[in-house]
Ligand binder design. Structure first.
Ligand code: HEC
Ligand code: HEC
Ligand code: HEC
Ligand code: HEC
Ligand code: HEC
Length: 244
């Protein structure tokens, strides 16, 4: 796909998401049912979303949603992925903000290159700037700030003009040369090397094993992993191409 076309699509996607959100906000209901005993009461927007989902399954369930929590935003899905992204049981490092790829890249289909814009142009992929996050999140209603500590933290980084200290997951030793742009231009999808990123709330280095012809395994980011793919695709295995 041409970079120009993909950029345009990304901008369209992003403004579509923002426009949809703005529209939905203007029609958000703000009335709430009166309180009564025996009902399950929500104490946050996310609890309200869970209760609404339970009631949709069981119409007899009585719930009470105080008006300050009766808003469609954040959605149930945002609430759940926010929790998933900081699940201590899930593999991968704990990140400074519980950011979900499943939510952004999966459900909302924001393209990888919208955030990792260096990937097709420069050597390093890089993580997005705080400005990229704020391009969308500065448009969101205050209910997000109240609900998610991560969004308050995001705005704090923005105010202090500090980068978010994301924990790095993939890292080759200094003496190895790897360029994203060459691999992207050769036609590989991100998932070929990084796995189903758009299905993960919390990122980690997904397992990927390549096999030597004599059936010995080699794991992701090891030399054999690179060389095996080069063999299969007729790319060079010259030592000096990867080492200098
Ligand atoms: C193109 C628009 C866009 C960009 C860019 C963006 N977001 Fe989001 N973000 C969203 C939308 C849409 C939601 C979910 C709204 C909903 O469903 O309630 C969301 C939800 C979230 C949530 C709650 C769910 C979760 O993933 O944990 C966090 C936290 C978050 N974003 C952080 C970030 C950070 C940090 C960045 C920058 C690295 C970022 N976002 C960039 C659109 C964006
Ligand atoms: C051929 C395999 C391969 C493909 C395809 C690939 N990557 Fe990577 N990626 C790597 C390797 C190897 C590293 C570690 C690079 C290093 O340490 O220098 C990495 C590192 C990264 C990093 C962390 C780097 C940083 O600067 O912190 C991000 C983000 C990333 N890739 C995103 C992507 C995205 C987005 C795509 C698709 C557009 C993609 N990658 C496609 C192999 C690949
Ligand atoms: C809304 C912005 C956004 C989008 C869209 C996005 N990413 Fe990311 N990506 C991030 C952020 C922020 C991090 C660092 C936090 C983390 O690891 O979760 C990251 C980290 C990564 C890493 C790990 C980097 C490392 O340290 O090794 C990979 C790999 C990656 N993304 C690939 C992808 C792929 C593939 C897609 C598309 C399917 C994608 N990303 C879409 C924001 C985004
Ligand atoms: C999914 C398959 C695949 C994997 C995995 C892979 N490569 Fe490649 N690589 C290729 C192909 C195909 C080419 C040839 C691209 C071309 O001719 O434009 C290539 C080209 C290269 C080049 C030469 C182009 C340039 O950047 O100057 C280097 C260096 C390189 N790869 C390093 C690595 C390293 C290091 C790793 C492991 C961390 C790796 N590759 C993993 C498929 C792969
Ligand atoms: C396609 C890229 C690629 C090619 C070609 C390649 N290497 Fe490597 N090499 C790597 C990567 C990635 C690592 C680091 C990961 C690891 O330790 O397995 C590495 C690590 C090494 C190490 C350090 C191993 C250690 O355990 O510390 C040596 C020595 C080495 N390579 C020698 C060579 C020689 C000799 C050749 C040519 C026959 C060669 N490499 C060809 C990618 C490559």
């Amino acid at each position: 796909m041409s970079p120009i076309r993909s950029t345009r699509r990304v901008v369209l996607t992003a403004s579509f998401v923002a426009a949809g959100l703005a529209l939905a906000l203007t029609i958000a209901p703000f009335d709430s049912p009166a309180s009564a005993a025996g009902k399950r009461v929500a104490h946050s927007v996310c609890e309200a979303q869970e209760l609404k989902a339970l009631q949709a399954e069981d119409p007899h369930l009585e719930i009470e949603i105080p008006s300050e929590f009766d808003t469609p935003w954040p959605t149930l899905s945002a609430c759940r992925t926010y929790t998933g992204a900081q699940d201590p049981e899930a593999p991968g490092p704990e990140q400074p903000i519980p950011f979900s790829h499943k939510h952004h890249a999966g459900e909302y289909q924001i393209e990888c290159l919208y955030c990792h814009s260096g990937t097709d142009r420069s050597q390093a992929a890089g993580v997005p700037s705080v400005e990229t996050c704020m391009g969308c999140h500065s448009l969101f209603p205050a209910s997000y700030d109240r609900e998610f500590e991560g969004i308050r933290d995001l705005k704090q980084y923005w105010e202090n003009q500090e980068p978010i200290p994301w924990q790095q997951i993939h890292r080759l030793p200094e003496y190895v040369q790897f360029r994203h742009n060459r691999h992207i231009r050769a036609g590989f999808e991100c998932q070929e090397c990084h796995g189903p990123v758009e299905e993960l709330d919390k990122l980690y280095m997904t397992p990927d094993t390549k096999w030597w012809p004599w059936l010995l395994p080699t794991a992701k980011l090891e030399m054999g992993w690179c060389v095996q793919c080069h063999r299969e695709n007729g790319a060079s295995q010259d030592c000096l191409m990867c080492h200098y």
